[in-house]
Design a protein around this ligand. Structure first.
Ligand SMILES: Nc1ncnc2c1ncn2[C@@H]1O[C@H](COP(=O)(O)OP(=O)(O)OP(=O)(O)O)[C@@H](O)[C@H]1O
Length: 359
């Protein structure tokens, strides 16, 4: 087997009685864009800091091409870093900021000048070389931070919520830039965010953290289409969880009773559930249809509200059991249903596209 480029082995980190990271293991191939996603306090930053060398793990190891980094001081790990808060030196110009890591490494003047020009071109800030950070927008400052982090060609770039201080439009713009820079440089990126859209947009793979552990790791598609647990299903994308009771399971398929008394068979069940066990059926809002289809299950609802969102319409409905659910039919499928409120009707879903989890 080929040796992984970067290997995080059973990292655990405690602060007194607090276990920030329980046990995190992940192998990262060279050139991958891996995102640590998860709610606040789930251990993403602590894991990143163990790789950066800002915090020693209580146990476990971090290996770069097979060699442990733990005894290497942070500034000698050759890892670029970009953080949430702009960490530029305010008294230095943009060019001097970008040159800083090269000056520290005593690179010749000519090389420094060339590299600064290249980096400013990479982040599209040619012409800003002589400004000071205070005269730049937040987005421009983060681009300078990115240029500085990449100036000495580190093999790994760590980014901890680098866009969270920016507004939505700017965030999306810089996300596209980060993708381009990742493509052009081939640098291995580990990125921390609690924003699932950002994670889906940027990453080759996402490691979803929960309470100091990785709950599931895979492509955005894996996590969305094949969530291993109800936590993953609830965190990635939108979801409706309908309370259910398991009536029968066989060969990965279950028959269940929903709270309104209706019985649904052919539900995909990856977890072992026994007869009578309480469960939760997860149906994506876009998996509901307004017209029946082959082998679709039906659910009696009342439409409460509906709004137009371009390609899709959002419908809020209430089941006969009194639960509000979110439905996102395509707008053309919803044609003629748009203005209907407070009317009882059926909605339909394919049981094989729904997920059953233990309650
Ligand atoms: N220096 C510290 N001392 C004590 N507890 C800490 C310290 N650093 C982190 N923690 C705790 O460890 C847990 C994990 O924190 P961490 O910052 O890794 O989470 P996170 O997933 O990055 O969260 P966020 O998205 O809010 O930054 C939290 O409960 C946090 O309070």
């Amino acid at each position: 087997m080929t040796q992984p480029f970067l290997s995080i082995r059973n990292i655990r980190k405690t602060f007194g009685a607090v276990v920030a990271v329980h046990d995190v293991t992940v192998d990262i191939p060279k050139g991958e864009f891996l995102t640590f996603l998860g709610p606040s306090g789930s251990g993403k930053s602590t894991t990143l800091y163990a790789i950066a060398g800002f915090q020693d793990p209580s146990s476990g190891d971090v290996l770069l091409q097979g060699s442990s980094l733990l005894s290497v001081p942070s500034h000698k790990r050759n890892i670029g870093m970009v953080f949430q808060r702009y960490t530029l030196f305010p008294h230095l110009t943009v060019a001097e900021n970008v040159a800083f890591p090269l000056r520290v490494r005593r690179r010749p003047d000519k090389e420094v000048k060339r590299k600064v020009d290249d980096m400013l071109a990479l982040v599209r800030l040619e012409g800003f070389a002589d400004r000071r950070p205070g005269a730049l927008s937040g987005g421009q400052q983060q681009r300078v931070a990115l240029a500085r982090a990449l100036a000495y060609d580190p093999p790994i770039l760590l980014m901890d919520e680098p866009l969270s201080a920016l507004d939505k439009k700017l965030r999306e713009e810089i996300q596209a830039e980060i993708r381009r820079i990742h493509r052009e440089t081939g640098v291995t990126i580990l990125y921390v965010t609690h924003d699932q859209e950002e994670a889906l947009h940027l990453s080759d793979r996402i490691a979803l953290f929960k309470e100091g552990r990785i709950e599931q790791i895979g492509s955005g598609e894996d996590l969305y289409l094949r969530p291993a647990t109800d936590f993953v299903a609830g965190f990635i994308g939108n979801s409706n969880f309908l309370p259910a009771e398991c009536l029968e399971t066989a060969h990965g398929s279950a028959t269940i009773r929903l709270a309104d008394g209706s019985v649904v068979s052919g539900v995909k069940a990856n977890h072992s559930l026994s007869r009578g066990q309480k469960a939760r059926l997860m149906v994506r809002p876009e998996a509901f249809r307004l017209t029946p289809g082959a082998s679709c299950a039906e659910l009696a609802v009342e439409f409460i509200d509906t709004a137009f969102f371009g390609e899709r319409r959002r419908v809020v409905a209430r089941t006969a059991a009194g639960q509000e659910i979110d439905i996102r039919p395509t707008s053309d499928a919803a044609d003629g249903h748009g203005g209907i409120a407070s009317r009882s009707r059926q909605v339909f879903f394919d049981p094989a596209a729904a997920f059953l989890f233990p309650a």
